[in-house]
Design a protein around this ligand. Sequence first.
Ligand code: ATP
Length: 333
Amino acid sequence: MEHRATLIPGDGIGPEVTQAATRVVEAAGVQVNWERVEAGADVFVKYGTPLPDEVLNSIRTTGVALKGPIGTPIGGGFKSANVLLRQSLDLYACVRPIQTIPGVPSRYSDVDFVIVRENTEGLYSGLEHRVTAGVVESLKVVTETASLRIARYAFELAREQKRPSVAAIHKANIMKLSDGLFLECARRVARDYPEIELRELIIDNCAMQLVTRPEQFDVLLMDNLYGDILSDLGAGLVGGLGVVPGSNVGSECAVFEAVHGSAPDLAGQGKANPTAVIRSAAQLVAHLGEIKAAARIENAVVTALSDPAYQTGDLGGKATTSELTDAILHNLD
Ligand code: ATP
């Protein structure tokens, strides 16, 4: 069966790592007719927007996309295309599995949790204004509707994956109304899942616990900003940004992308680790219903990475993007 999906190569290392991923998907025997569309910094120069309508329309039609990273200028410049994409398509759940990969150097050998991040509001609502000279306000928007649906997503995921607890991460001792509402919604949803324990952790304590005892966590439920920050922390626990995949899921569409950004320092040098985008592509393949092929890709990645000869620079090795990709292709049985 041939599937249709949108492909966004993205900026920086994006074109190199997404090309590696489409090669792996093809070699795994999954036929995908990729509809290639451009978004990002170069597109902004040409069209005045980093996210042309063509991109959104393509994803609305295919229902699924593999996306390379898109850089966002710091301070001024255009609005984040990543945030715009998630808000425009209402991709409300950002899901990032943080798992130890055997053979990949890291401090821990038994990390296995999933971050479920609210993807459409919070401090990423983009509502900022200058009140007067030297004073700005940035609005953190928390709604009951979005908080209930992300909490339900986290508990459903815990039930499906047979994970015993969901930890709601918050700072409701300081942001009593906004984080208070987020927490209250998690408590309400938790009542429908008596077999799953609801844990409540203040974000700063959670950060400390993650670096000292990460094995205690199963599902971590949090808002947009906390999820952004703790995803990178989580990546650091299992080998770094080069290996952690992710998905942005809504009720109509899903966009699969790595946790990492465009890594401009590595762009065009053949040094980027393609693992995170290849594993994101494996999740896309599973989403398309090709469960066995997805598992074969995941296994081939783990086998390739278990040999230090195929580890890229970010993992302490010397392999190039194509050497690691070829090793993964070789291990697809
Ligand atoms: P952006 O502005 O798009 O977020 P960035 O460079 O600020 O880009 P990231 O791309 O997320 O942030 O990564 C930070 C650093 O981590 C990179 O500069 C790079 O050195 C390293 N890195 C990220 N992704 C990879 C990868 N796939 N392979 C190797 N190194 C990576």
